[in-house]
Design a protein around this ligand. Structure first.
Ligand SMILES: [Ca+2]
Ligand SMILES: [Ca+2]
Length: 503
């Protein structure tokens, strides 16, 4: 945060110092000279805060340093010179910031190489480091973020350096969705390519390994500053125990830089909040997800409408409520002509490969207060090799809904509850097919009856990662891992990961 402000002020300071003037303003009463030297006679005094037109400046070398002289137009039609000591010019700030960067990159090619740049100490800035901008940084930043929020529309920032294919255009890739262990981009899951390197990653002796595999210097754990240094905040949990004050309130920038930990909801709201899939984000990013999964695609209109309403993904379409739509005998009649099994939504509902299929319904007998459960759940067999598919459908492997996690006797009332039921069943699937990975990596744990490998740091971390949940039952192994921050409770034979201390 501070470094950003300092950088901003340094750039402003530099820009003001070298800008091509359109007018000059003096903050003190300074003499106006007839030529660009202190030895020249003066013609009067500059009036404080007056705007003097100016289109050029001269640089004078004084004892090896540059002194800048603005040539200003005077009200009587003559011109004079003032130094930049107490006067500054407006100008094209961004252009000069760019020119300054060009000078830093290629000092000998830049035409700024014979000029002086001031590197002001925070919070001062200006041509002579004479200005101080009094702002409440928290409010300043919060206002700028809040400006992007309106009642119902999520204004998102998109990570554009990966071309991420998602259904529809309502949701784009957030940088937090890269390497988060879930496939978000439907074009070959490019958001998860290469991420296994993080899973394998070990840090050196002087580093702490964040739960997501990144490393930070261990010394940060001992320092008094309260901000988490790991993006997933996993270092904060350890500090929490002995350093942080009880009334610690995370800084706004901490939220902005926060990625979800596995023990939290895994859908990122894009501002530090983490919710379960289709849970509610305060900033409404979940609506963008709902919209993206509700696209009509190549579905016949009545099939699409009825399925949206029965699945309870949304309760109205184009401002007409589902109650009204489902009373249309025409729509209900046409629904019978849909092709069954009907794949709905037209895109994967979870992890980039889990899909739902529905059989023909006696629609008159459906209890519309409940969310319709899928009759079949299909998935990519190569990613979930611990499951034996019951039958193939197109290029997918499928199981009956009640063979997965849908209990016929459990009534679900929301789309989210349908997703919540099926999610644990597929959590053990991998995101990318492994290439040349085997258990000889000492940093990996091999899930039982599965091709999945996870980092040993995920053992007993409170989150099941393997289909059989064996990573949360590897009691003896957990104490053999030689991870210094693991802890053992009295009368227990297992050693817990430090990230569950918060629970
Ligand atoms: Ca992802
Ligand atoms: Ca685990």
């Amino acid at each position: 945060m501070y470094s950003t402000i300092i950088r901003l002020f340094i750039i402003l300071g530099i820009a003001l110092a070298v800008c091509e003037a359109t007018y000059v303003q003096c903050l003190q009463r300074v003499p106006i000279f007839t030529c660009a030297k202190m030895s020249c006679p003066d013609v009067g005094w500059a009036i404080t805060h007056d705007h003097y037109p100016c289109d050029c400046f001269k640089i004078e070398k004084v004892l090896g340093k540059n002194r800048k002289w603005y040539k200003i137009d005077l009200p009587n039609g003559n011109h004079g010179y003032v130094t930049h000591d107490h006067c500054s010019s407006n100008g094209n700030v961004s252009q000069f910031a760019e020119e300054y960067q060009y000078y830093l990159d290629r000092p000998f090619q830049s035409n700024l190489s014979d000029q002086t740049f001031l590197n002001c100490t925070h919070p001062w800035f200006g041509s002579g480091c004479q200005y101080l901008l009094e702002i409440n940084e928290d409010e300043f930043v919060r206002d700028s973020f809040e400006m992007t929020l309106t009642d119902n529309i999520f204004q998102q920032t998109c990570y554009v350096l990966l071309e991420c294919g998602r259904s529809g255009s309502s949701i784009c890739l957030d940088w937090r969705e890269i390497c988060n262990g879930r496939t978000d981009c439907l074009n070959d899951g490019i958001d998860e390519i290469g991420c296994f390197n993080l899973e394998i990653n070990e840090c050196n002796r002087n580093d702490y390994r964040c739960h997501n595999g990144l490393c930070i210097p261990k010394i940060f754990l001992e320092m008094k500053f309260v901000e988490a240094q790991c993006f997933d905040g996993s270092d904060k949990i350890i500090k929490n125990n002995h350093l942080l004050e009880a009334n610690y309130r995370p800084h706004l920038f901490e939220y902005q830089e926060y990625v979800c930990r596995p023990d939290e909801g895994q859908f990122t709201c894009g501002d530090g909040q983490c919710v379960e899939d289709f849970g509610q984000c305060e900033n409404n990013r979940h609506l963008a997800l709902t919209q993206s999964i509700s696209i009509q695609g190549n579905l016949f209109y009545p099939c699409w409408i009825v399925m949206i309403c029965l699945s309870k993904i949304m309760n109205k379409i184009e401002n007409v409520t589902c109650d009204q739509l489902m009373q249309s005998s025409e729509i209900i009649e046409e629904f019978k002509n849909c092709t069954f099994p009907l794949e709905f939504p037209v895109t994967p509902v979870l992890f980039g490969h889990v899909r739902f299929l529905y059989d023909l319904k006696q629609i008159d007998n459906i209890n519309t207060t409940l969310a319709l459960k899928p009759d079949y759940v299909c998935y990519d067999e190569q990613l979930c090799d611990f499951l034996t598919p019951t039958f193939p459908y197109k290029n997918l492997s499928c199981r009956y809904g009640n063979e997965t996690s849908f209990d016929l006797n459990v009534e679900l009332t929301t789309w989210k509850s349908v997703i919540d039921s099926v999610k644990p069943y597929f959590i053990g699937c991998i995101t990318q097919r492994y290439q040349n990975i085997s258990s000889h990596y000492s940093s990996l744990y091999h899930c039982k009856n599965s091709s999945k490998y996870i980092s040993k740091y995920r053992i007993l971390d409170g989150t099941p990662d393997c289909f059989l949940k064996d990573d949360e039952r590897a009691f003896e192994l957990s104490c053999l891992l030689n991870q210094t921050l693991r802890f053992q409770c009295p009368d227990e034979k297992q050693c817990h990961s430090p990230i569950i201390q918060e629970k």
